[in-house]
Ligand binder design. Structure first.
Ligand SMILES: [Zn+2]
Length: 214
């Protein structure tokens, strides 16, 4: 399943949740964004489209994501060394965009970059005293080194993701964020279950790969 497909499914789940919770226009967009982002993050452990042939556009996008990440880290470092604080919203949206791009990249350099972004997020969580953000940074920094479709693709990962989202929910005071994030994440696992290699939902307790043929 490609990153684009996960993004689309996640966004649809977020839109459905927005209809259900009817949180107002701005928060509806927030729901869609969080759900789509959650649906992508499960594949931070590795490229989701290793075997698929890449078109020129997607190859360009991948390179762009890589250099975008380098640029982003450069900007953060610039602010950091000048002793100025960056607007949290700017950091947050740039960070999310870079991570989304890096999901589609592969290789050691990509993993290292994702981990550097993770370390930056942990640091930001420490500075702003946001425990959930540190948890998110830990997730981001750690999972690139896991086996693809391993621990991130299990039922256990969903409540962990939910715990991170719960912190964000309390931070923003928008109820429903935790549920939306967990649904978005779960939509990724459900979608992967429809692919030939399936998902080891209960790994490591059960090594069986669950798959549904449509
Ligand atoms: Zn996946």
């Amino acid at each position: 399943m490609t990153g684009k497909a996960h993004l689309a499914i996640g966004a649809a789940v977020g839109a459905a949740a927005a209809v259900y919770y009817s949180p107002g226009t701005l928060n509806a967009l927030l729901f869609i964004g969080i759900s789509a982002f959650s649906a992508l993050c499960a594949d931070l452990d590795g490229p989701s489209m290793l075997s698929s042939k890449l078109g020129k556009v997607s190859r360009f996008m991948r390179e762009f994501a890589l250099w975008g990440a380098v640029l982003f880290l450069g900007i953060v470092a610039y602010y950091f060394f000048r002793g100025e604080s960056m607007p949290p919203v700017l950091v947050g949206s740039c960070g999310a965009a870079v991570l989304s791009g890096l999901v589609m990249k592969e290789g050691t350099l990509r993993n290292a970059l994702v981990s550097v972004v993770g370390a930056a997020i942990i640091y930001a969580g420490y500075v702003y005293e946001m425990g959930w953000l540190m948890g998110f940074g830990l997730f981001v920094g750690w999972v690139p080194w896991l086996k693809h479709r391993g621990m991130t693709h299990t039922i256990w990962a969903i409540p962990i993701w939910g715990a991170i989202a719960w912190g964000l929910e309390r931070q923003l005071q928008v109820s429903g964020i935790t549920v939306v994030a967990m649904l978005g994440y779960a939509s990724h696992l459900a979608a992967d279950t429809l692919t030939p290699s399936g998902v080891k939902w209960l790994y490591p307790i059960m090594k069986k790969s669950f798959k549904i043929r449509l």
